[in-house]
Design a protein around this ligand. Structure first.
Ligand code: COA
Ligand code: ZN
Length: 311
């Protein structure tokens, strides 16, 4: 069966912007619940400045614990520069993701570098990661629109994608950081990109700000893409990109893919346990567009099973 590969980015993209401090134990437990649901790949944390993102300050503590408890889980971490790579490697990370935005201003706001410097630093980080034997991903962020500069030129997205590929990135992650893309744009941009990037190295990362996350994911599937980032419960958003809301929810993506005949290896019932746990952590209700319905279905099945057991 045709398979969709999902990287759950909730532990990083989901938590980085949350005001409530989440303990390392709790992050580890969330990752354990994701793995128990069948998620095979997560973005666990980021090695960024703790001043910029206090929630990720425990990255060096979290990574070895995840690696010890879940050695089979593909665990990636975001790094903005060589210092982040050095810290990630020392902590035992096996995969890193560099984050290059496709506009000058977004790079400045996010990582305090201009576009050219950010590109060069990303290249150096990829080269060094390769030398250290790590797997790599490269985000091309604000690949549709930038919150500061408006629509991002397709030519910039393809140019930066080519530079990241040439620098050895194992996977290119085309990110709709503020969730402004529409399915037609996804079709067009991925149509241009798949001429340049082998499909098994091309991933997409959507946010659901305008309720188009699933539609955009469908457009990406139709374009041949099978690698997706998503966040359980739909939690997420970049603190440095105004207007960015939560990510495409993993449960919405799984439901859409499975109902369309694609396999994800992920159990929706078990994913709901991870959503419920994230709700207790963040003390608010979470979940993608499908969560209420999924919960109802599960409750109905549980009632039926209980009735059968007592019959
Ligand atoms: N991890 C931890 N600390 C880091 C670091 C990293 N990857 N990179 C730099 N630092 C530290 C430096 O050691 C220095 O520390 P000091 O003040 O104690 O001497 C301080 O941060 C400033 O270093 P500098 O190189 O001047 O960085 P900067 O102030 O220009 O900030 C980044 C650049 C990239 C470190 C910062 O903007 C950042 O962490 N951004 C992350 C953004 C993010 O996570 N966005 C969401 C995900 S896309
Ligand atoms: Zn994101």
């Amino acid at each position: 069966m045709d398979t969709v590969h999902i990287t759950d980015v909730a532990p990083r993209d989901g938590l980085q912007n949350q005001k409530i401090a989440v303990s390392t134990d709790a992050k580890l437990h969330l990752i354990e619940l994701l793995a128990a649901a069948g998620v095979r790949s997560v973005e666990a944390t980021s090695f960024v400045s703790p001043k910029a993102v206090p929630q990720m300050a425990d990255a060096a503590e979290l990574v070895p614990r995840v690696r010890a408890v879940l050695p089979q889980l593909r665990t990636s971490v975001l790094v903005p520069n060589l210092k982040g790579l050095e810290r990630a490697f020392a902590a035992g990370a096996e995969e890193i993701a560099v984050v290059l935005s496709a506009t000058e201003t977004m790079n400045r706001k996010n990582i305090n570098m201009g576009l050219e410097q950010a590109t060069e630093v990303s290249e150096q980080t990829l080269h060094e990661a390769h030398r250290l034997g790590l797997r790599t991903r490269a985000y091309v962020a604000v690949a549709f629109d930038c919150p500061f500069e408006g629509e991002t030129p397709v030519s910039e997205v393809t140019r930066l994608t080519e530079r990241m590929l040439a620098a050895g990135a194992g996977e290119i992650v085309i990110a709709d950081t503020i969730g402004s893309a529409s399915p037609g744009q996804v079709r067009d941009r991925l149509g241009a990109l798949r001429e340049r990037v082998p499909l098994d190295q091309l991933a997409v990362h959507f946010h659901d700000t305008r309720g188009m996350g699933v539609a955009n994911a469908w457009a990406a599937l139709e374009a041949g893409v099978r690698r997706f980032d998503a966040s359980v419960g739909g939690i997420g958003g970049c603190p440095f990109a105004p207007g960015a809301a939560g990510n495409l929810a993993t449960e919405d993506l799984v439901l859409m893919a499975e109902r369309s005949g694609l396999s994800t290896g992920i159990s929706l019932d078990s994913l709901l346990d991870a959503v419920a746990y994230a709700e207790t952590l963040l003390q608010r209700s979470l979940g993608g567009r499908s969560s209420a319905w999924l919960r109802m279905q599960r409750a109905k099945r549980e009632q039926e099973q209980a009735a059968l057991a007592t019959a």
